[in-house]
Design a protein around this ligand. Structure first.
Ligand SMILES: O=C(O)C(=O)C[C@]1(C(=O)O)C=C[C@@H](O)C=C1
Length: 286
């Protein structure tokens, strides 16, 4: 059976680049939003969905986390980490100078990765948010003769025939994004790259605020010598002061340590859900 893969599109997004570098032979479908891609996996329209989760400069893609936690729970089957290079792209017919650019269009995460650059070099440009960097590139390609720019990658520049007026405009050099692979069918997720490490992501909700709750949660991992690579709180959306925690543990799920942690935390009144236990693939270049 040929698997079908959905990604945040259109053509020329970083998500599409990550999918093309990781998967071979599957049928690929573009979705214009992260929720649309997740829904499509959930309702069986496609087998696998790839969506961005976290960027090294801008942090978590809140839409992905919130949609997975509150709307559609799909297991995480793999993580793909890719280097991100943001370029400033203009219509090929643009003959002006950088200072002439009046508008900058891109995904909010891409704009956030280049805030300092925009502040220094495009102080008079207004910022316009699109559903992806590829969408911004597509939009600029349709606005011949206008002093507009998109922030995106070289693939988008090639596809939409844009001119790269400035390369590498992201504010910090070590720029990477983590993408997650969501699917109900583990056997269909075939990635022919070396596995870099294995991880387990947990969703933990605390009982109503009590002294030392977070300390006790962390101790359950600490005394078992389980290494955490991320802990992040997000609002439960039930009222101010109510949070859930997403915790990444640097090891695969096992039948001893994780059930031990779960039982200990449940005794404290916490709820513990495994969002996924999965291999991590790191791509050196896109
Ligand atoms: O807009 C894209 O190209 C995407 O794939 C989305 C996204 C993101 O949401 O973080 C992915 C990688 C980059 O960090 C910027 C944007």
């Amino acid at each position: 059976m040929t698997a079908t893969i959905g990604y945040l599109g259109p053509k020329g997004t970083f998500t599409k680049l990550a999918v093309d570098k990781t998967f071979n032979g599957e049928v690929k479908h573009s979705y214009s939003t992260i929720p649309a891609c997740i829904d499509a996996v959930n309702n069986g329209e496609i087998n696998i969905g790839v969506v961005p989760l976290e960027n090294a400069i801008e942090g978590t893609v809140q839409l992905t986390v919130d949609y997975l936690v509150h709307q559609v729970r799909l297991p995480i089957m793999a993580e793909i980490v890719v280097p991100i290079q943001q370029h400033l792209l203009v219509h090929a017919s643009f003959t002006g100078k950088m200072a002439d650019i009046k508008e900058v269009h891109s995904h909010s995460h891409a704009i956030a990765q280049c805030h300092q650059y925009i502040h220094q070099h495009l102080p008079n440009a207004t910022l316009h948010f699109t559903s992806s960097t590829g969408k911004a590139a597509e939009l600029i390609s349709e606005r011949k003769g206008e002093p507009l720019a998109a922030i995106g990658n070289q693939l988008a520049a090639n596809i939409y025939r844009l001119y790269t007026i400035q390369k590498n405009i992201h504010d910090f050099p070590n720029n990477h994004t983590r993408f997650i692979v969501l699917s109900k069918q583990r056997e269909l997720v075939k990635i022919a790259h070396p596995v870099q490490s294995e991880k387990t992501t947990l969703l933990i909700t605390l009982p109503s605020d009590f002294a030392g709750a977070l300390h006790q949660v962390l101790s359950a991992f600490a005394w078992r010598k389980m290494n955490l690579s991320k802990i992040e709180s997000r609002p439960m959306k039930t009222g101010l002061g109510n949070y859930f925690f997403i915790i990444d543990v640097n090891q695969p799920y096992d039948e001893v340590l994780f059930p031990g942690v779960k039982a200990e935390l449940e005794a404290l009144g916490c709820q513990v859900t495994v969002l996924g236990t999965y291999p991590v693939y790191q791509l050196d270049h896109l």
